[in-house]
Design a protein around this ligand. Sequence first.
Ligand code: IMP
Length: 202
Amino acid sequence: MSIDISHLVIATHNPGKAREIDALLGPYVRRVYTAGELGLPEPEETGASFAENAVLKAKAAAEASGKPALADDSGLSVSALGGDPGIYSARWAGPEKDFSLAMGKVEAALKEVGAKDHSAAFICVLALAFPDGRVETFEGRIEGALTFPPRGEKGFGYDPIFVPDEYDITFAQMEPAQKHAMSHRARAFEKFLAFCIQKVPA
Ligand code: IMP
């Protein structure tokens, strides 16, 4: 079986995310369209897992555009909080997208359960959907531990409280290239690209 992803829809309305995904795809895709650019509707993220949300976004874009579509869903999963904030990572920051607030909520939740275990992981699931209904998913994760108070000015979201295993600085204290070389998103993309390269004939 071969697949053609030379023309790919990035199923996001977030231009920043689309740019990052476009850069990660590099030379493998000739033309990237975004769901926003094509005027595709933004489906509600009603799934119960990263994979379900990524699949529903990718399928909606593939069906509406008639082209293969790639979507991602990601977030922070904290062991002592049963995986929260998980798929609600963006929502914990509220309508103002205030991640100081979100990181404060994580710290408060850990105190409330009296957690000694601060282990956590960033998770990213990519879904690749085809107009004929086929769908493939690729998961990347990076394990680490949470630290308070937040440290570092780089990165975004929960980066200032996440220290990856075997490091003593947070994602927000690292150079972006160092984070991107090991991140959950990079690991999911490695799997996705390996799948495409293996399936696309020379
Ligand atoms: P999504 O756009 O629904 O996938 O939202 C993912 C949310 O998870 C983001 O808004 C961030 O809060 C969080 N998140 C995902 N990846 C990262 C990361 O690399 N660093 C920090 N926070 C992240």
